[in-house]
Design a binder for this molecule. Sequence first.
Ligand code: HEC
Length: 97
Amino acid sequence: MKKLIAVASVTAVLLVSCTPKASTSVVASGSSTSTAEQIAQGKTIFENSCGKCHKLPDPASHNPVQWVGIMNSMAPKAKLTDEQHQWVYDYIVSVKK
Ligand code: HEC
């Protein structure tokens, strides 16, 4: 019985560690998935910081891969922390869907 549980949990770990890689390979820092609250923060940061130098960009105007590059050049301009960079990116990509 104990052995069965061990096998089951190993399988679960394998599943958990494989699935996110396929779907989040595009995320800027490649690490974590943002919570709904962090995405909401990302929206606020986006609206407050990204319309300062130009019109607020339309999240639908670029695909998620393009946004990685754009965010890599814009996050320093907007003086975002790595976390804020991630949240804004996740917000932008969440709008697109
Ligand atoms: C300090 C000024 C400044 C801030 C803040 C800023 N940008 Fe920009 N942004 C620019 C300038 C200048 C350009 C045009 C030249 C360039 O691409 O570097 C630009 C261009 C862009 C473009 C067009 C790029 C393309 O390839 O078509 C997008 C999209 C964009 N910014 C998004 C953002 C987002 C998202 C944020 C917030 C995280 C942001 N910007 C914050 C100055 C800024």
